[in-house]
Write a protein that binds this ligand. Sequence first.
Ligand code: GDP
Length: 445
Amino acid sequence: MFDSLSGKLSDVFDGLSKRGKLSEADVTEAMREVRLAMLDADVALPVVRDFVNKVRERAVGHEVLDSISPGQAVAKIVNDALIDALGGSGAVPLNLSATPPVPILMVGLQGSGKTTTSGKIALRLGLRERKRILLASLDVQRPAAQLQLQQLAERTGVGSLPIVPGQRPVEIAKRALDVGRREGYDVVILDTAGRLSIDEELMQEVRDVRDATHPVETLLVVDAMTGQDAVNTAQRFNEAVGITGVVMSRMDGDARGGAALSMRAVTGAPIKLVGTGEKLEALEEFYPERVAGRILGLGDIAGLVERASETLDQEEGERVAKKMLAGKFDLDDYASQIRQINKMGSISGILGMLPGMGKLKDKLGDKELDTSIFKKHQAIISSMTKAERKTPSIIKASRKKRIASGSGTTVQEVNKLLKQFDDMSTMMKRINKMGLSGMKQMLSG
Ligand code: GDP
């Protein structure tokens, strides 16, 4: 997300860093670029104006003029202002502080990802916080929606309210809370009906449910891909029913991230969570400082580390690292690394989190990096014997043929893998010889 804004802003700051001291004219020029980039990323015009004015006020003056590196100073000012605009530092957690069962009301347009997000939140609260969750669909227009939620509940192993045909949304909501109380649930998630567009009937229905259940959280789910429309939707829902938080779904797509920037300004409610995929695990906290860092091309290292520590097997990582340091890395270890990379998820998702990689990701466009090579390598390695995986140099021509046919590849591909592995081993030996200080020298030189 935010790739275009990230790219443009890093261009601006590249320019500034080459100029020595910053003049007022420089600030003006930088702000023009910031403004264009933000508009381009679909940030609402009043938000852009407000933002640019704030940054200009902070930037023009000795803070920047006297600084040694003007580019860095402006980047920091823009970064801080972005964090403010995104809702201040730190993620805002879901509020669950009420006598159980805590009612959470999910609202949003049809297709925004409301039902999926209900399932994601249920899974998250169930797994991470060991809460007992009851899911209830209030969509009486679409029986399919009720079934969808029931299946989601089954898949996530949480409770779902039995479907009783003919009940009104308010009746279902009350029944859900009753069941929640009687059966000892901690949280009851009420998934309201969506509409293709906002209408008064829908708003009244949501208000009635709200008044009957007094939700602790009223979460609006908006599709990040819809840009400015998402902001309008948020404004309308907030005026009509009042929301306590926003979940932006489809942040995994090439969303015009500006919507996130406008959301807080328009509703006053924080973005609490973001959806990053269709899978039920694909829900993340919204960290303003990380997103700001991404916008500025500073990368989302914190996000990357968190993702890595959640999905990677640490013991396995340490075991492989030790072997690397001892110069004993073999093909089994390489295969283990590939498995870990696969667990991390899409390569382009990871690229987006790395500093300075936003631009590269732009160049790739929608194309995923070609990961089929990893699959091939895995197949080749699993066609080898244990001894061959330990000591690849023992593999003779006849075995290469067998390995190729066993893995559905060619002898050339087998050779390529072996050559690559050889290069990798040589490199590791060199790094070992140099030691850590030598490596630092090499990187800084
Ligand atoms: P609802 O009508 O608002 O309940 O929307 P659904 O929950 O049925 O979601 C509509 C479609 O969006 C489904 O195909 C979901 O799999 C998909 N979806 C939901 N959230 C995300 C997300 O964060 N990323 C992606 N890529 N797809 C999502």
